[in-house]
Write a protein that binds this ligand. Structure first.
Ligand SMILES: NC(=O)c1ccc[n+]([C@@H]2O[C@H](COP(=O)([O-])OP(=O)(O)OC[C@H]3O[C@@H](n4cnc5c(N)ncnc54)[C@H](O)[C@@H]3O)[C@@H](O)[C@H]2O)c1
Length: 358
């Protein structure tokens, strides 16, 4: 079997997750790893000696044997990467967001939809077993009519100034996943919204935000996201759940990043499912891409650039809404620096970015 030669661009936290999954999947061969950071390249050479390691992504785009790229650097280089991949006829697995501004995201959507290459984006919740199990249960009619979507994700994760500047405040960087999955459940477009934010540690942007509102089909939602959940607590924890309420029953899910628990309470069935959480589901994403390339037909479960552009645009709209009314500033920048300092020295924490850089 001819393997799919892939070039990996951006070898930080996500890039390393991709490498692990590509190495485990015998349909792929990692032909290149690219990173602008020297220490990341040194690590790539050690981990995958058979690959070419480069600081210049053009080497990958100019190699006709590479048929697929995984774009795992930041949003500020994504549009350019997508344009080059399309121009050189390479399939694309992109990290989110697919570009840095909404205008660029829509330009990229248009380019992708006109091109012949397969494109997908790591909206990883769409590939999770728990959301599929819950949506299937809802669609079977067990909870009556879908009415209320409640989603919460609060962790002591990435704080401002640690990286990801190109991805915006946490409600955009991380929150866009929840904005996307609420729309996936509702099966409808956002209609109205109101948002409340707080500028924790007096940082310029809110690092906690709650939005609520309606979809065009009348389903209501509330989404809470914040990387503000006790960064300085001696023993850290998080609070992450999805709570879906119908006219007759409910579905609920929570996880500890290792195991996920789904509780399905329908009119004829009560089901409790406990299975491994599945992390970022990159194994599933790359398998969907391999299937698409090998069959010549786009797999229907591959998340679309268009879904990512909508989620990103809506997360931005909710942030803008929050900025139009009271947005208290609580805490100090000194506390924020203490948190950053603690995270710099943590070896086991939430969303820590790789440290082996200059
Ligand atoms: N889908 C998800 O759930 C999810 C989760 C986390 C991060 N992400 C996204 O993944 C991307 C990377 O995040 P991360 O957490 O891995 O960050 P990171 O800082 O750990 O890694 C990014 C890497 O990209 C490299 N880089 C920057 N510019 C480059 C360029 N022009 N060419 C080559 N390499 C370049 C950096 O040196 C760094 O090693 C971000 O866009 C982020 O939003 C997605």
């Amino acid at each position: 079997m001819m393997k799919i030669k892939v070039g990996l661009i951006g070898f930080g936290r996500m890039g390393r997750f991709y490498l692990n999954e590509f190495l485990k999947n015998d349909k792929f061969e990692v032909a290149y790893v690219c990173d602008v950071d020297e220490s990341c390249r040194a690590l790539a050479k050690a981990l995958v000696p058979s690959a070419k390691v480069t600081a210049d992504a053009e080497e990958i785009f100019n190699d006709p044997e590479v048929t697929t790229v995984a774009l795992c650097a930041y949003a500020d280089t994504r549009r350019q990467g997508i344009e080059r991949a399309i121009a050189t006829g390479k399939h694309i697995i992109a990290e989110k967001p697919i570009a840095q501004t909404s205008a660029d995201e829509w330009a990229v959507v248009e380019m992708a939809e006109k091109s012949k290459v397969f494109t997908t984006v790591n909206m990883y919740l769409r590939n999770s077993w728990y959301h599929h199990a819950m949506r299937e249960f809802i669609n079977s009619g067990e909870i009556g009519d879908l009415a209320i979507l409640r989603i919460c994700h609060m962790t002591p994760g990435l704080v401002p100034g640690e990286g990801h500047e190109a991805e915006g405040p946490s409600f955009h960087d991380c929150g866009m996943h929840y904005v996307d999955i609420a729309r996936w459940y509702a099966g409808s477009e956002y209609d109205t919204w109101h948002a409340q934010g707080v500028r924790m540690w007096s940082y310029k942007d809110p690092w906690w935000l709650q939005a609520h509102g309606t979809f065009k089909n009348g389903v209501v939602f509330d989404i809470t996201q914040g990387f503000v959940y006790g960064q300085m607590s001696k023993n850290q924890t998080h609070n992450s759940y999805v709570d879906i309420i119908g006219t007759k029953g409910i579905v609920h899910m929570t996880h500890d990043f290792k195991t996920a628990w789904v509780d399905l309470r329908g009119v004829t069935q009560t089901l409790k499912i406990e299975k491994p959480f599945g992390g970022k589901n990159i194994d599933k994403l790359i398998d969907l891409m391999a299937d698409s390339i090998m069959s010549g037909k786009r797999h229907e479960h591959m998340p679309l650039f268009r879904d990512s552009a909508i989620a990103s645009q809506m997360a931005t709209a909710m942030l803008e809404n929050a900025s139009q009314h009271a947005m208290p500033a609580i805490g100090t920048l000194t506390e924020l620096e203490e948190i950053r300092e603690r995270r710099r020295h943590m070896t086991n924490g939430y969303g820590l970015l790789p440290k082996n850089r200059k």
